[in-house]
Design a protein around this ligand. Structure first.
Ligand code: PEP
Length: 253
């Protein structure tokens, strides 16, 4: 699996026309991806087939924003891993803070969802991160440890096909990214945690997410142990998204 990634979380945005314009814009600004850095877009479920079609041949991967922890059955409104795989999904975001906040998802459930992704043969993008209150109470490392402990208790530590995204909850959608010092400290902490757990997970990509945009991307993706970004708002703008991708490619050049 690639080590460097820029992943766009489109959240509940888009339309057939807007999606097409966005992908056309990305492809116009970036005729070819760099072999060292992956690009993925995660639209809402109904647009996945459209995205598979309009990204064909571009190298841009398509991901989903959620998954059911179950494979089929009486779970109204849920979407199972095999269904996602059926329509060509390759990546699935789990544990996004908006799922935690608005849908009450907790560490153990998120771990089960990550396992559902893995069991389907797809790659989970697992979000971890602290709230502002937790940071102010010096609980950041304890919160991240609990989130990672819960994850690995369910998925085990022999799987190298997992992408982690450190997303401080207070930096998501606020326009205020964490400072490079904060990001650096957390990513070093997470890398040390992974290294202690096993050789297989020691090198997992650790993305940063939270108000990353073209203008601050270089100051973030050049930090040690930052392997790219999970991008919200800026992923809806072709020029911004491509600028972040180019900053990531420049950081590995
Ligand atoms: C996100 O939702 O994962 C995210 C990082 O959002 P934003 O870039 O808008 O802060």
């Amino acid at each position: 699996m690639l080590k460097k990634w820029v992943i766009g979380n489109w959240k509940m945005h888009g339309s057939l026309a807007e999606n097409k314009a966005l992908i056309d814009g990305i492809r116009a600004e970036l005729p070819a991806l760099d072999a060292r850095a992956g690009m993925v877009v995660c639209p809402v479920f109904p647009y996945i087939p459209q995205l598979k079609q309009i990204t064909a041949g571009s190298g841009i991967g398509v991901g989903a924003q959620d998954i059911s922890e179950f494979t089929k059955g009486a779970y109204t409104g849920e979407v199972a891993g095999p269904m996602l795989k059926d329509v060509g999904v390759e990546y699935v975001i789990v544990g996004h803070s908006e799922r935690r906040t608005f849908h009450g998802e907790h560490n153990e459930q998120i771990a089960r969802k990550a396992k559902a992704v893995i069991d389907t043969g797809l790659i989970p993008v697992v979000c971890i991160g602290e709230s502002l209150e937790e940071r102010q109470a010096n609980q950041t490392e304890a919160v991240l440890t609990a989130q990672l402990d819960a994850l690995f208790a369910v998925v085990g530590t022999d799987n190298a096909n997992i992408i982690l995204a450190y997303e401080p909850r207070w930096a998501i959608g606020t326009g205020v990214a964490a400072t490079p010092d904060m990001i650096q400290a957390v990513h070093s902490f997470v890398r040390a945690y992974l290294t202690k757990r096993s050789a297989a997970v020691a090198g997992l990509p650790i993305l940063y997410g939270g108000s990353m945009k073209g203008s601050n991307a270089a100051s973030i993706v050049t930090l040690p142990n930052v392997d790219g970004g999970l991008i919200g708002s800026a992923a809806l703008n072709a020029a911004e998204f491509v600028a972040i991708y180019k900053a990531l490619v420049a950081s590995v050049a």
